[in-house]
Write a protein that binds this ligand. Structure first.
Ligand code: B12
Length: 188
């Protein structure tokens, strides 16, 4: 397929969680399953081909697409940061269109909030120092959140991400945070 327009679909803060948590099914990957069930028919209605961030490896470059489409920039710990929503947003799908659609141009980029963040608490808060200049130490992070001392990260969400001062109004509440952390810990 020759793609001339790509529309990204995502969520911010708690809006999606309210709808999803009511529909949540007892299946191995409930959010991925629900996302596909909800968005695939919408893509068909619009004549689009839907792709999803969890399809892979190889993975579709959602963060690269988001950086081109939206007012987001890389945070020092990996997730993209938005000046209003902080790191409390994620991508759910992209609709690919063969036609060039007449959609508004991307909004102008704000200065990346991390450039002027004085203490960069995201880099110093992780209890096991999983965010290093050499990258994200996933085994250290997983071992910690799976241990008794990692209870706060597991039930309340990643401490480094929670230390970020941007987008505090959109921070995930404990049930949503715990859902993501459990699935991250026990993902195959
Ligand atoms: C593999 C993966 C992981 C692996 C990470 C492996 C690793 N060593 O980093 C694991 C399973 C550990 C993981 C964990 C999490 N992930 Co993840 N993950 C992905 C996934 C599926 C693929 C990433 C990839 O390989 N892309 C392939 C390349 C080709 O794509 P790309 O966009 O061009 O890649 C760019 C980015 O990856 C970026 N990048 C990657 N690492 C880093 C690190 C730094 C420092 C910087 C600046 C940039 C950067 O640079 C690349 C080049 O442009 C994406 C979904 C997706 N399809 O993108 C989600 C994704 C990146 N994850 C996401 C999230 C939210 C998380 C979690 C925070 C989830 C949670 N528990 O709440 C955790 C914890 C991470 C943390 N504490 O920071 C979100 C990020 C949303 C955002 N705001 O940007 C994504 C986009 C999924 C989504 N549905 O939105 N993840």
């Amino acid at each position: 397929m020759n793609i001339r327009t790509l529309v990204l679909i995502g969520n911010k803060g708690a809006q999606m969680w309210r709808v999803f948590s009511e529909a949540m099914a007892d299946v191995p990957h409930p959010l991925d399953t629900w996302t596909k069930d909800v968005l695939s028919p919408i893509a068909v209605d619009f004549g689009a081909h839907a792709v999803f961030p969890f399809e892979g490896p190889p993975y579709h470059p959602f963060q690269r697409w988001a950086t081109a489409a939206d007012d987001v920039s890389p945070s020092p710990i990996g997730p993209l940061i938005h000046p209003e929503y902080g790191m409390w947003h994620a991508y759910r799908a992209a609709f690919m269109f063969a036609d060039r659609l007449d959609i508004p141009a991307p909004t102008a980029k704000s200065p990346p909030p991390c450039d002027t963040c004085a203490g960069k608490p995201c880099l110093t808060t992780c209890p096991v120092g999983a965010f290093t200049p050499g990258g994200y130490n996933v085994p250290a992070c997983r071992a910690h959140i799976g241990s008794a001392t990692g209870e706060d990260c597991l039930t309340g969400g990643c401490l480094a991400r929670r230390a970020c001062p941007i987008g505090r109004d959109y921070i995930y509440a404990p049930p949503q945070a715990a859902f993501h952390m459990h699935h991250f810990l026990y993902a195959d």
